[in-house]
Structures are given as structure tokens and as C-alpha cells.
Design a protein around this ligand. Structure first.
Ligand code: ADP
Ligand code: TYD
Length: 208
């Protein structure tokens, strides 16, 4: 399917401020009259939202890393088919709060060393990359505190603790080196308004 729109993803450890900033940016771009679709992973389509519940709730040891890769990929395939590609085909800006880089970092590096499996399944079932990826960087303890303070009931991954958050941070730093053409690091440590300015600066100039 032809892609006319722009595919922007927000990545980073839990509590790094991605969702807050993705919402802010979507509002800003909509107020400029642009066609914007704000979506998220896991989820973003009816079927993928059902799979999300299996993934984010319950015991941290509920699934093996391998099973997780399959569930995240199944959810992503549905999200891609039903939400992302149709929106891009009509020329929309799609902002996704997480996409395939989350699997590369969480299942490929932080939870397990399964990057080859992740890459194979990605090329078999997904094989689309974002046009631009903003990678939110924040001190592991600050991110963890912010994430748990939300009390969303979706803390299966946050419950893995600060050591895990630190692994995620390193995983995302490696991702910036793997995909330097589309990945930009965003300092998530300032106030919400300060980070929103950084995000706008990073995005302006890239949008069609
Ligand atoms: P993520 O989507 O990366 O997990 P959220 O955007 O949901 O992070 O933010 C996690 C929590 O931290 C939320 O309660 C949010 O209101 C708060 N938060 C987000 N950005 C900031 C910021 N720059 N400073 C302080 N608190 C923030
Ligand atoms: P999300 O709702 O974005 O969490 P948060 O707002 O706390 O950042 O994502 C749910 C959890 O799923 C999060 O801990 C990251 C994890 N995840 C993976 O492990 N692999 C993936 O491929 C995706 C998309 C998410």
C-alpha cells in the first residue's frame, strides 16, 4: 500500500513522558488544520486493544519473552492493517505512542537477548518503519516514579523495577545508534512545557 502521510513514533522507557507529549503534539498539529491520527501500542485497533489487556495486566512472569514477542507482533500487525496503513494512505500524520522499536528494546534487549528473533518476525510480519522516531530519555528512577504515580493498573512492566528501567535506557541509547537516520533523542527531564518545545523543534522541518 502506498504511504503518502507521515509516520511518527514516540519511544522510551515507561514514565518518560511519551504519552503526555504525543497528546500535546497531536493537539498542536490538529490546531494547524492537519489530519492527525493519535494511536498507541500495544493497541490502536479493536483487536490489538484486546491483546493489550493480556500483555499489560497481571504477574510480570505471566508470559515468557518469546510469547510476548508473538503477542506484541500479532497486536502490531492488526494495528498496522486497520489503523496505521489506511491513515497513511489517505495522507494523515500518524503519531504512535510506541511501535516496533519497543519490541526491539524490551524483548530484544532488556527482558531477554532475543533481538534476532524480534528482527526476523518484524521482517516477516511488519516490515514498515516510521519516518521519524522521538526517543525520550530520562533518569531511570524519575521515570519509574512517574510511571507508578499514575496508578493505571497497567504496571506489569514497571513492576520489574529500577534495574530493568536502566536496561531499557541503555537499550534505547543503542537504538539511536542502530537507526541514526530516523531516531532523535529527546531530553525528557524538563517541565511538560519545556519538553513540548523540544518535541516541536525536533518535528518541525520533518513534516511534509
Ligand atoms: P509514558 O507514556 O512515557 O509512560 P506519561 O506521559 O504517561 O509517560 O507520563 C507519566 C506520568 O508523569 C504522568 O502522570 C504524567 O502526567 C507525568 N509527566 C509527564 N511528563 C512530565 C514532566 N515533564 N514532568 C513531570 N511529570 C510529567
Ligand atoms: P505503554 O502503555 O506504552 O506503557 P507506558 O505508558 O508505561 O510507557 O506500554 C505498555 C508496556 O508494554 C510498557 O511497559 C512497554 C511494554 N511493551 C513491550 O514490552 N514491547 C512492545 O513491543 C510494546 C509496544 C510495549
Amino acid at each position: 500500500m502506498k504511504r503518502n502521510g507521515f509516520f511518527l513514533t514516540f519511544e522510551g522507557a515507561d514514565g518518560s513522558g511519551k504519552s503526555t507529549q504525543a497528546r500535546r503534539l497531536a493537539e498542536t498539529l490538529k490546531s494547524r488544520g492537519l489530519d492527525v491520527v493519535l494511536t498507541r501500542e500495544p493497541g490502536g485497533s479493536a483487536g490489538a486493544e484486546e491483546i493489550r489487556k493480556l500483555l499489560v495486566e497481571g504477574d510480570p512472569a505471566r508470559w515468557s519473552a518469546e510469547t510476548e514477542i508473538l503477542l506484541f507482533t500479532a497486536a502490531r500487525r492488526d494495528h498496522l492493517e486497520r489503523t496505521i496503513l489506511p491513515a497513511l494512505a489517505r495522507g494523515a500524520i500518524v503519531i504512535s505512542d510506541r511501535f516496533a522499536d519497543s519490541t526491539r528494546v524490551y524483548q530484544g534487549a532488556a527482558r531477554a537477548d532475543l533481538r534476532q528473533t524480534v528482527d526476523k518476525l518484524h521482517s516477516l510480519m511488519i516490515s514498515h518503519e516510521p519516518d521519524l522516531t522521538l526517543v525520550f530519555d530520562i533518569d531511570a528512577n524519575t521515570g519509574l516514579a512517574r510511571g507508578l504515580a499514575r496508578q493505571s493498573g497497567e504496571d506489569r512492566f514497571e513492576e520489574l523495577g529500577a534495574g530493568f528501567q536502566q536496561k531499557l535506557r541503555l537499550g534505547y541509547q543503542a537504538l539511536l545508534q542502530d537507526f541514526p537516520d530516523r531516531c532523535v533523542s529527546i531530553d525528557g527531564s524538563g517541565s511538560i512545557d519545556q519538553v513540548a518545545d523540544t518535541v516541536l523543534n525536533a518535528v518541525n522541518g520533518h513534516l511534509p
